[in-house]
Design a protein. Structure first.
Length: 149
């Protein structure tokens, strides 16, 4: 029984996506600033638009509050986002894309982003599987490159 529980626990740690929340979360081998910098560089190299970088930790400090490192990177690609909005305009509520890079209570760094399949369900998008698949692949590629060595 104990071995089974340990196996299940280890399996849970190995799964990078938490699908029930609509987010995909990957562990980073870098700290928050390094992961954010890598992601920003990748976004620029790929010719995507970097709209903003929000350092929530710094903003919290400005009002006398503390927060573990938490950075939101807002970016997009009109060549992918526009066709998705043509399928269902309400998806614009969740665009441009966002990646949240954050440190948990144990000091581990994570990168989370919205699962495009979740957005399709949320906005009842039909007939745009190819666009959703392409966006999913692009986001996974960016997240993997930013979080790994």
């Amino acid at each position: 029984m104990r071995k089974t529980l340990l196996f299940l626990f280890a399996l849970c740690l190995a799964v990078p996506a938490f699908a029930d929340t609509g987010m995909i979360t990957m562990r980073s081998s870098h700290d928050v600033p390094q992961t954010a910098a890598k992601l920003e560089k990748l976004i620029k190299e790929k010719g995507l638009t970097l709209f903003a970088v929000v350092n929530h930790q710094t903003n919290a400090e400005k009002v006398g509050l503390s927060l573990r490192p938490t950075t939101l990177v807002i970016f997009g690609n009109p060549k992918l986002g526009t066709p998705l909005m043509q399928c269902k305009q309400t998806v614009a509520l969740d665009l441009p894309q966002k990646a949240l890079i954050w440190e948990d209570a144990k000091g581990r760094t994570w990168l989370s982003y919205n699962d495009p399949h979740y957005l399709a369900r949320r906005h009842e998008i039909t007939g745009c599987r190819a666009v959703i698949k392409k966006i999913g692949g692009a986001l996974k590629g960016l997240a993997t490159a930013a979080t790994q060595n």
